[in-house]
Design a protein around this ligand. Structure first.
Ligand code: PLP
Length: 370
């Protein structure tokens, strides 16, 4: 099994060292909203905990929550299509449940670094397909990569790190390819709340549930990353397989977090507030970065990240190291997300407005002097 450790350990160590010395860091690494979970969600969860809801739940999750999730998807599904779990674990369990010997899973580069690791952990192989230079899907390359070993493709829209949001046409095409080749689609939709000038479209609209594992989370949409709560949607038979794996690993998701999730789904104001805040931040950061012609920023259509490219031939790990040392700005090197990410870096928008503004100015100063 090949699990790649993050190549950025030395960068993290350096950031820690600087922090220990009392230097204030413009830390744009954490991939989550900086805002505390809204009080009404915390209060409801703890009210339930105080009233004794501190026991195991059914392994698939509390019925009320699964019903509410079915409602969220306009009852195109029912509670038997839903299992409550940690989103990241849900991706792993989905992969585990579709294991086939010598099987391959297609991942689009740039990618969330845990995907290839999880694929290795379930003893399958990752088939990396590069996206186009604007990070749109290269459908020719995708179709050419499919062979009899292919088991699934993982897609992530809105995308971490690129901010790309796949159009309805893209999603429909992926669905067609999957149906034609009888492969599964694992659709990681955890940034669904962050689509800035359009409507979000779920893969659920385009593909038969038998072929789909839709993974979603409360982490980003409701600022609930620490609650470790999300879900997987699929055909009932697939959910039964995942359930068996869940029963024999974590048993069930945290009861208290499940109550928090129930409350979160009742109120859309948190989502709107977060979306508007992050859109403003994104626009502000881009405006500043565009002042430097060594930077090439594709405006993200969604997500909570900006992924600027640069036209200086210095590798992204080195750039990130120098940005940290010389400007105390901490970003993720693009190479961490695959070879298409090289000569890019990722800025998370999950920091206060003033910090993002000052940090972006420092990035511009740094590149303009290179
Ligand atoms: N998928 C992507 C693309 C992510 O960026 C993340 C977290 O950053 C996850 C999955 C994991 O989500 P969660 O923390 O809700 O399990």
């Amino acid at each position: 099994m090949k699990i790649k450790n993050s190549g950025t350990v030395s960068l993290y160590n350096l950031a820690e060292e600087l922090k220990r010395k009392g230097i204030s860091i413009f830390d744009f690494v954490a991939g989550e909203p900086d805002i505390k979970t809204p009080d009404h969600i915390i209060d409801y969860a703890f009210h339930n905990a105080k009233n004794g809801k501190t026991h195991y739940t059914s392994s698939t999750g509390i019925v009320e929550l699964r019903d509410k999730i079915a409602e969220k998807y306009e009852n195109k599904i029912n509670k038997n299509n839903v299992i409550i779990t940690i989103a990241k674990f849900g991706i792993y369990l989905s992969l585990f449940s579709i294991f086939k010997r010598s099987g391959e899973v297609i991942v689009l580069d740039p990618y969330y670094p845990s995907y290839p690791n999880m694929i290795s952990m379930v003893n399958m192989k990752t088939r990396i397909i590069k996206t186009n230079s604007d990070f749109s899907i290269n459908f020719d390359a995708l179709e050419n990569s499919i062979n009899k070993r292919t088991g699934a493709i993982i897609i992530n829209s809105p995308n971490n790190p690129t901010g790309r949001v796949y159009s309805k046409k893209d999603l429909r095409k992926i669905a067609e390819i999957a149906e034609e080749n009888r492969i599964y689609v694992i659709s990681d939709e955890i940034y669904e709340n962050y689509v800035y000038n359009d409507e979000f479209h779920s893969m659920l609209e385009f593909i038969d549930l038998k072929r789909l594992f839709l993974v979603n989370s409360f982490s980003k949409s409701y600022s609930m990353a620490g609650w470790r709560i999300g879900f997987v949607i699929s055909h009932e038979n697939n959910i039964k397989k995942i359930d068996l794996l869940q029963q024999n690993t974590i048993t069930c998701a945290s009861s208290i977090s499940q109550y928090a999730a129930i409350k979160a789904l009742e109120d859309h104001s948190t989502q709107k507030l977060l979306r508007e805040k992050f859109k403003k931040r994104m626009e502000n950061v881009i405006k500043i970065l565009n002042e430097c012609d060594k930077l090439n920023v594709i405006k993200p259509q969604g997500s909570i990240y900006v992924f600027p490219g640069y036209n200086v031939k210095i590798g992204s790990e080195k750039i990130a190291n120098r940005l940290l040392k010389e400007k105390n700005v901490f970003v993720v090197p693009g190479i961490s997300f695959g070879s298409m990410g090289e000569y890019h870096f990722r800025i998370s928008l999950g920091s206060e407005d003033e910090k993002l503004e000052e940090g972006s100015k420092r990035i511009v100063e740094f590149f303009c002097k290179l």
